[in-house]
Design a protein around this ligand. Structure first.
Ligand code: AMP
Ligand code: ZN
Length: 162
């Protein structure tokens, strides 16, 4: 959601990526799911994974991603849709149990470019919120943590998963 994300992904737009199911070699989230791109993983299983957003709105911002490559919601199987929502709920609860500042949570899914989607592999944002955080999904207002900071946050959320 914003120009920085495009830079993170080297300007590549994945709209033309393979449709539902098969992994797409050009897709950053498929690469993370395959363990071929760096990520601070909070949780993973055979259906979905959760990792720290590299350009978070607030500290503790997690992305929940189905293993199935689907550019848009219309391409996603209902099973994967259910899995990412269930995992998003668990991650939100886990974040609330940590010492990460979190008075409230936004679950956000951008389906299509006009909705702000920049990575064309369906994903659910789990965003910790607090009063006065000046929330904006626009990336020019975001923080840019180091990998160490992201990995520390993912370990804390991971430990508080039930
Ligand atoms: P959206 O605008 O909903 O498509 O969100 C894409 C999100 O993916 C943005 O919040 C980016 O900061 C995040 N993102 C892009 N590349 C990576 C990456 N390699 N690792 C973690 N998060 C990423
Ligand atoms: Zn993908």
């Amino acid at each position: 959601m914003g120009s920085r994300t495009a830079a993170v992904n080297n300007g590549t737009v994945f709209k033309t990526a393979a449709r539902r199911g098969a992994m797409d070699e050009r897709c950053i989230f498929c690469s993370i799911a395959a363990g071929r791109a760096p990520a601070s993983i909070v949780y993973q299983d055979s259906k979905a994974l959760a990792f720290m957003d590299i350009c978070p709105v607030n500290p503790g911002h997690v992305l929940v991603v189905p293993r199935e490559h689907a550019p848009f919601l219309a391409d996603l199987s209902p099973d994967s849709g259910a899995e990412i929502f269930k995992l998003g709920m668990k991650i939100a609860s886990a974040i609330r149990r940590t010492d990460i500042k979190c008075e409230a949570v936004n679950l956000i899914l951008a389906d299509g470019e006009a909705a702000g989607q920049e990575v064309f592999h369906v994903h659910l944002h789990v965003v910790p919120r607090y009063q006065g955080d000046n929330f904006s999904m626009s990336s020019h207002r975001r923080i840019v943590p180091t990998r160490e900071e992201l990995s520390s946050l993912s370990a804390r959320i991971s430990r508080s998963l039930k």
